[in-house]
Every structure is written in C-alpha cells, then in structure tokens.
Write a protein that binds this ligand. Sequence first.
Ligand code: NDP
Ligand code: 2IT
Length: 452
Amino acid sequence: MSVSDHVDFNQFIEGVKKRNPGQLEFVQAVQEVAEDIFDYIGDKVEYHEYQILRRIAEPDRVVSFRVCWEDDNGNIRVQRGWRVQNNNAIGPYKGGIRFHPSVTESVLKFLAFEQTFKNSLTGLPMGGGKGGSNFNPKGKSDHDVMRFCQSFMTELYRHVGADVDVPAGDIGVGGREIGYMFGQYKRITNQFTGVLTGKGLEYGGSLIRTEATGYGTVYFLQDMLERVGDSIDGKNCVVSGSGNVATYAAEKINQLGGKVLTLSDSGGFIHDPAGIDAEKLAWVKELKEVRRGRIEEYAKEFKGAEFHEGERPWVVPCDLALPCATQNELSGDEARALVKNGCLGVAEGANMPTDLDGINAFKEARILYAPSKAANAGGVAISGLEMSQNSARVSWREQELQDHLVEIMRGIHDRCVEYGGTAGDEHIDYVRGANIAGFVKVADAMLAYGVV
Ligand code: NDP
Ligand code: 2IT
C-alpha cells in the first residue's frame, strides 16, 4: 500500500466534522494536531496503514450518565455527567474532572484528546481521559457540592480504578470536590486505592500537586527564554484566570523576578500596574478558595488597580502572556494585539486557550509560543507521581518532587525542540514539536498492539 492511497489532511478533517456534528471544540483540537501530524507522517506508510491518527481521534469510549441530587432546599436537581476515555495505549486513562455550566461532550472530548498527547509528553505511563458535568458549583453550599459529588461518583465508580482510569481536578474541581468524590468511592467499593489524584495530604495526596500546573507553566516559559539567552526577571506578565493554575503561575513569576499585572475571572479582569505581589496574591487565593468571591473585589481592596468588566486582559502591553482560565479565551485579534504591543513569549496554563487564528498569528510572528499540551503538563506529571507514591505506599519529600517537576518540564521542552526545529533555523515551532513528540510514543505503542 502506498502513502498516496490514503486520505489527505482536508479529507481527514471533513471526516472528523461529519462524524462529530456540532462538536466545534473537538474538531478544533483535532485539526490543530492533525496539521502537524499529516506533515510528519507524509512518508511513514505504517502510521497511515494502521489508521493511527484516525483511531486516536475516536475516543475508546464516552460514558454519559444522569446525576440526580437534592439541594439544600429539598429540590431535586438533574445534571449530566460524562467520562471520556480517549486512549490507554501507554497507561491507564488519566485526566481531570470539570464542573462548569459550559461543559458539553465536545468540550470533554477535546480535553481528553489533548490529554492523550500531553500525558505522553510527560514521559510517564498515562493514557488520556477527561470527565465532568454541567453542574455549576458557584453559589452552592458545601453540602450541595458534597451531595452532587457523591451522586456523580455513585455512577462514575464503575468506570474508574487505580489501574483503569484515574481522574483528578480541573475547572470547578479542587481539593474539596476530590475529597467528597474519594470518600464516596471508598464507601462504595470499600477500597483505599489511588483512584483519584489531587487528594489531601492526609489521605494519599502528593506534595506540590496543588502548585504543579502553574509552576510548571512558568518553568516551561523559563526554559524557552533561557534557550534564547533571556529570563523572566524584570518582565511584565499578563495572566488570565484567578483559579488554581493562574494563582500558582503568578506566584512563580513573582519568585523569578517578574511582575504580574493582571488576573481575571468570567466577570472581567483586574489591572494592577504596581504588580500583584505575594501579599496581594495571598489575598486573591483567600478570595477564591475560601470566600469564593469575584475578582472585581480586588480593585476595591487595592488602590491603583482597575476592574474592566466583561473584558479580557490581552490589551494590556506586556513582555509575557499566560492564559490560565479556559479554552478559546484568546482570539486572533487579541494575539495580534499582544504581538504588536511587544509580547515576546506566551505559555498556555489553560487547555487550548488560543483559537486557531490566534495560534497562526503567534506562529507567523515567530514569538516564543508554548502550547497547552506542553506548557501545562506539570499538573498531570505530579499526578502521575502521586499514582506512583500510592502504588508504593510511600510519600516523597517536597524537594524531591520539586526537582522532578523541573526535570519533567525541561524534558518536555527538549522533546519539543527535537521535533519542532528546522535545520539552519534557530526558531522552534513548539506547537509542531509538542504534537509530534506526543504522537510518536502513543502511535508506536498502538502499532505494537496491532489492530485492537
Ligand atoms: P479553577 O476552577 O481553579 O479556575 C478557573 C478560572 O478560570 C477561574 O478564574 C474562572 O473564573 C475562569 N474561567 C472559567 N471558565 C471561564 C470562562 N468560560 N470564561 C472566563 N473565565 C473562566 O480551574 P483551574 O485553574 O484548575 O483551570 C484553569 C485552566 O487550566 C483550565 O483550562 C484547565 O483545563 C487548565 N488546567 C488545569 C490543571 C489543573 O491541574 N488544575 C492542569 C492543566 C490544565 P470564574 O470563577 O468566574 O468561573
Ligand atoms: O488538564 C489537565 O492536565 C488537568 N486538569 C490535570 C489532570 C490530572 O490528571 O492531574
């Protein structure tokens, strides 16, 4: 069979669109990866013959279920839950759970697809999965959230397991929710296993898991800057989001001598020209984690800061930009505005925050641009080490884990350089590097298994 017998990129994408009607986010994620993979496998007959990309872009299974729960006022509420198990060629399915009203099957399929490549890039034995619900935790009491989490796990427990599928947190799912879900899993199965990561330290969690995604994103940015003889020190940074990833990315930027100018939430962004230092960041963490308030309160608390309702922070001139909130939060026009204002590096803490037009704008401008599957892999990497610790029934020391995180991020960076460079050109296409490096390991494992 010759390569020319096979579908080309356009036919492939048309097929993905036809098979996944209305699933815009999923098609977007597949398209972004497929462009680079088709180019790479142009002369590699085996990958075509065994339909490897076609198979990775078709989840192993999508489980959808009803989640019924009773709220504080005695009302019966009905939500939809999902677990997308995308690919387990190189390890148990692994990936977060998202609770947000915007969750759809398309969103979870895009996240599980991306997770497959991201987990491969970490070098650890983890397949790709993602789950969640359209449940909105905002404004709900702890008891509401507990009853929802218990009901969610009452169905999910059949589909997960320490060697099967290991969920963790994502938007709307942090330590509180993981605790409730782990408690329910343990109650139903009578087993104490590493079925979830991001657990509390008292019951099998790992040190630095909370910090790992944000810290790892900044380490990746630092690795890219170092390669071109630059650093984070003295740089103005624009960060979006104000949750787990955003706050720990901001913390690490501060530690490395950068200045954080912005944070945001779904209501808008705050701009603090004086910089969001460690003390102000502690206030934000308390606002978000304990009081569960809105970022606009920051502008009332700190003099000189402004709140921009309903807007995104990319209009603020900066050296470095870190989108850390959600998908498609940075458009082509916003990418071009960042470049025009002198931005020299972007590292994505959120998953797929930049749309396809924006990605092309960054590529054309040849700035340092780290796509999410590479830049935010630090979180799932420490999740992988939480799984190792749980299996061995040990807890590693903080410094050991900090060193692992730095090393894993550097390893991902170097793999991106290996696959994303062009002879005679110093510039690295980190998007291409991440896509191909992530693909190769999964693809070769799939080839080893034959057609299954
Ligand atoms: P959190 O729930 O802790 O925070 C999410 C933040 O994003 C909040 O500030 C939230 O604002 C904002 N946000 C969410 N949805 C929207 C929206 N539709 N429009 C504008 N702002 C929005 O989540 P995380 O910090 O954990 O996750 C942030 C991103 O990082 C996600 O893309 C996630 O997939 C990704 N990620 C997370 C990892 C982790 O370990 N937690 C690992 C790798 C990636 P509001 O409160 O108003 O909703
Ligand atoms: O998108 C992600 O990588 C996560 N939400 C973390 C997944 C995990 O299993 O730690």
